[in-house]
Design a protein around this ligand. Structure first.
Ligand SMILES: Nc1ncnc2c1ncn2[C@@H]1O[C@H](COP(=O)(O)OP(=O)(O)O)[C@@H](O)[C@H]1O
Ligand SMILES: [Mg+2]
Length: 227
């Protein structure tokens, strides 16, 4: 099934008199269950693409269809709703709330979904267990290693059962060994059927994906599917 479809999608930023064409007429289809790495030099449009895919921003022109929803036609409220329901985000710097336990961090998306306390706690524990943090439920970010913090962030990304997990440089702040451990988790998640799209500039990290798409100057210059 086509999970993501971009038709002739462009994004132009305007700052004063200056226009930056960050994405130019991009066509892209991603199926349910894929594991995609997005590569390309700095400034090639990778984060812009992730922001659009994640419904954080809207394209200037073109169409974005996510799980049969024409996202490019939605207003900001509808966009926020689809984002909370269908997208899990993982960031380079984890973006966890300080002074807040692992469980509470993972519960946050469920608060927005209006889920009651008991159910929130059980779902959060379940996802923390899944990423191997069973013995760290009540630890706060500063009591966890970088790799453990990123695993909390992955648990948080999963807690609403999203259709896709988007990760922008998820190993960028981690050493090589810890980065590999985080990639192993993405592997396992993908094996269980979750669609994963990660941005990386490290070829070793991209190697984990089944498909590698390379951008330059806002266009796709290479799209290699290993299967
Ligand atoms: N919010 C913004 N406002 C203006 N220009 C932006 C903005 N975000 C990105 N850009 C520009 O768009 C281009 C693509 O940026 P980006 O998507 O962040 O690339 P990458 O993630 O591949 O490094 C760059 O030229 C960048 O300067
Ligand atoms: Mg970027």
């Amino acid at each position: 099934m086509d999970l993501i479809k971009l038709n002739n999608l462009s994004k132009t930023y305007q700052i004063g008199q200056n226009k930056v064409e960050a994405l130019k007429n991009v066509d892209l289809t991603i199926q349910n269950g894929e594991f995609v790495a997005i590569m390309g030099p700095s400034g090639s449009g990778k984060s812009t693409l992730m922001n659009l895919l994640g419904c954080l921003d809207k394209p200037s022109t073109g169409e974005y269809i996510l799980d049969k929803n024409i996202v490019s036609k939605l207003d900001n409220n509808e966009l926020a709703e689809i984002r909370n329901k269908k997208i899990g985000f993982v960031f380079q710097n984890f973006n966890l709330l300080a002074r807040t336990t692992a469980i509470e961090n993972v519960e946050i998306p469920l608060i927005y979904s209006g889920i009651n306390y008991k159910e929130r706690e059980s779902k959060a524990k379940n996802k923390l267990d899944l990423v191997g943090l069973r013995d760290r439920f009540n630890h706060k970010p500063n009591q966890l290693s970088g790799g453990q913090q990123q695993r909390v962030a992955i648990a948080r990304a999963l807690v609403n059962e999203p259709v896709v997990v988007l990760a922008d440089e998820p190993t960028g702040a981690l050493d090589t060994k810890t980065g590999e451990e985080v990639m192993t988790i993405f592997h396992e998640l993908n094996n269980s059927g979750i669609t994963i799209i990660i941005v990386t500039h490290e070829i070793d990290i991209a190697f984990h994906a089944k498909r590698v798409i390379t951008f330059r100057d806002g266009v796709i210059i290479e799209d290699n599917n290993k299967i």
